[in-house]
Design a protein around this ligand. Sequence first.
Ligand SMILES: [Ca+2]
Ligand SMILES: [Ca+2]
Ligand SMILES: [Ca+2]
Length: 171
Amino acid sequence: MRYLKLYALDANDNDVSDIVFLDFHDDSRGKTLVRRAAAFDVSESGELDWVVAGDVNNDGVETYIDELMSIQFAQTFLEFKWVSVNRPFDSYLKVYAEKAESPAIRGAVHLEFYRSNGATKDAELVYTLTHHAGGDGQVPRIDANGDKIIDAIDAVLLEKFTLMYAGFDWV
Ligand SMILES: [Ca+2]
Ligand SMILES: [Ca+2]
Ligand SMILES: [Ca+2]
């Protein structure tokens, strides 16, 4: 299975994330981490402004499209406010998609939010969420962006995030 682990680090704890890692894993390989992209907020402005991507869309070439996809996806991930502020900075969001039944539709995308519990323990699963593309229009009953309100903004965030994930074709 292929999946992505996303980390946001706010190392100096000023409520602005400094680095986002996009770790592409494939558990059919001995070393599951296949590729790491990293986006940086060098100016600590709240907008990611530097990226090291690699060929994240797997089309065989490294272009600005890989960089654009990585930085935009990382920026969208930050809207979930799932940030590590303390060492070992291992809170993360795991994302994986199901294979679609036909090329015309996207498969369901699963999001698993893991929270760090300190250096001695592995991060623990806090909650999970499944997004069905082109679903029945129901707002997911979850506060995806952590503002304590469940509303259409959460649904829009999930739709945007999962659509971007589909662009990596990491299924
Ligand atoms: Ca910071
Ligand atoms: Ca590429
Ligand atoms: Ca919300």
